[in-house]
Design a protein around this ligand. Sequence first.
Ligand code: ADP
Length: 558
Amino acid sequence: MKFKMSLRVVLFGLGLLAVVGLTGMNVYSLYALHESTINTSVDNQKNQISEFTFQTRSRFRTSLRGMRALDMAELQHLINNGRDIPDSLLVIIRRIDEDPLFSGSYFLGKDIDPCQANEPLLRYNSKSGRMEMAGHYPEQVCDGINLARARMKSLVGEYQWNNRLIHDAERSMTVAMINPEDHSIAGYLTILVNEDYLINEFLAPGLVKFGNTRESGMTLWLHDWTVNEVLATNDSDVIYDIKKVEQIQRFPEMLENWNIKIAFHENPIVAASNKSLMRNLIILGVGVLLLLGSLVFIYTTAQREQNLARRQAGFLANVTHELKTPLAVMQAAGENLADGRVTSPERLSSYGKHIFNESVRLRKMIEKLLDVAKNEAGQTILKKAPNRVDELVKNFLRENESWIHEKGFKIALKRDKNIPLVMLDADSFFSIMGNLVENAIKYSTNDKYLGIEVIKDEKFVSVHVRDHGIGIPKSAQKYVFDKFYRVENEYTSNTKGHGLGLSIVKNLVELNGGIVTLKSQEGTGSVFTISFPVIVKPESASPSKNILKVAPRAEYVS
Ligand code: ADP
């Protein structure tokens, strides 16, 4: 038995541990999945924006195609000899001229500063379709060429390609043309950028394509950090605020005064992932609770079954002994009487009393056993009828007061006036009262007090059976109505009983539609209360006000 018990505790513990462990693992992997969904989604968005900046870079180069195939040595030769720009380069310059992203092309055939040295500079004329001497030229052109010259000074020695693009912010783009044979500069083609077109026709629509904040889960601002100005956005409803910015994306090797500032919000994928995380956690929680609930249920039921089996076994041993003892006493007394060995009147009466008492004990026990057996078989027969509980109590006391007095108990009876009728089987009521009163007497020591109060309220008629006995410990109170349960203490073990009385009481009270409750304090006494629902209100009784105000009156003290 003990082994089984400890095995059960161990298995229960392991079961709990498994549930907790599995739950922990599940919650962890749900969160990990959620995190990775968010990260993947944010990474995707970052990649898309980075890709956009590379597309911008390519856009600048679309009109320059064919530059790689140019023979720079030939170009250098022609220019040095004062000849015209070759057609192969002119084709490219014409294409650039038609591209709305650009607003003018200038060519300088030498590696010198045109703005200082006053060197001749060629400008493409759209009307004539040719390069012509530029009388005056904008400052951006000088700046662009100067920037390109400075860059190429350090680069040109090892440079293997025949051209190199150098951007001067959003102002211009200069192609340095390189003769790879001797690493010298053949010329500079400086192209002015149409800023308006770049922003309004290319970058702004590009940002809008990502969708607004709600659709994409992010706000994008094309920002000029040199003047702190937003040039374009994907959502004009969201005001730019540097505090909201979580990521900054630059343009590769170009537009260095500008960047894309990004604020991330909850995007639809993250929102869906949040939702599914929540749903999964709830399902998991409910599942775990159910599992824990079933584990605890199985454990406690097994525990209860085991306790019941133990009590039943104890009861069997006990009851056979209890049945045999009175029989043996009666048998011996009967034998003596039959033999005619007892003749004196005192002894005759004493033998008679013995036989009587033992047969009463035997009858009571058999009655209890029958009650339990009938209840188990669902065969308790009730003859319910409207009854006045105070009258039933009076009848009960009339029949039982002599033996109660004999036990040295005083009865204090209190009852409210005008007790209403309740539906009740009178036999059950006597059995209930018999058990409660018997217990009050059995479990009292010096203070032999039996209080019986019949009270009423709006809905119930209740009977309190009160004693000043040993009381019932708090921990045992919820078990006393269980079959075969007896409080484990010295006094109870020295008192005859089988743990059936209160289970019979509870069963009979409930069969009669009532409830039984217990209030008890160890060492002070106990009150058992049985309550039955009212079916008819007495005519003269006014409602609860009276009941509350009029204290129960002692009508009968014996
Ligand atoms: P028993 O035959 O043992 O009296 P019961 O079912 O009537 O069986 O009672 C169950 C247990 O509850 C008793 O063994 C006793 O420990 C406790 N008990 C019942 N009534 C009282 C009471 N009035 N005062 C103290 N203990 C009580």
